[in-house]
Design a protein around this ligand. Structure first.
Ligand code: 4NP
Length: 146
């Protein structure tokens, strides 16, 4: 799960997905990262921690890290939150197999729409919507791959 800072959107995506796979007893490895390095080592944004807590998902243990090219080898699927993240990740791919692992997460809900999960960093009210979008996307990922 990849966004820009790895403090708002992708920690929520990681936490929601981890919660769902725990509930189902699936043996998947979920992680998140940011394309940028500004927030490396930080906890998720308090607004993300709070909205997750509201739905019974604890993301407070997460720490931000920067996405690396080797993540494209380590993971089978890489979900970008927006088109900028998508382009930045794809640029790190060294072959078509790695490129094909990358997609925009909301395309799991509406294929081909290339809808972005809006960056809520400057929008306190945006976190609820982001949570709901990611909750739907994670259900769609499970429907497709579980
Ligand atoms: P995120 O949100 O990509 O969802 O983690 C952002 C967090 C921080 C910044 C931008 C987006 N920033 O510019 O510091």
């Amino acid at each position: 799960m990849v966004c820009l800072g790895n403090i708002c959107r992708s920690p929520l995506a990681e936490g929601i997905m981890q919660h769902k796979i725990d509930q189902r007893g699936l043996n998947w490895t979920i992680d998140s990262a940011g394309t940028g390095s500004w927030h490396v080592g930080e906890r998720p944004d308090p607004r993300s921690i709070a909205i997750a807590q509201k739905y019974g998902v604890d993301i407070s243990h997460q720490r931000a890290r920067q996405f690396q090219g080797k993540d494209l080898q380590a993971f089978d699927l890489v979900f970008a939150m927006d088109s900028s993240n998508y382009n930045n990740i794809r640029r790190l791919a060294t072959n078509p197999t790695e490129e094909d692992k990358v997609s925009m997460i909301m395309n799991m809900v509406q294929p081909g729409y290339n809808e972005s999960v809006p960056d809520p960093y400057y929008d306190d009210q945006g976190f609820e919507r982001v949570y709901q979008m990611l909750d739907r996307a994670c259900d769609a990922i499970l429907d497709r791959y579980a």
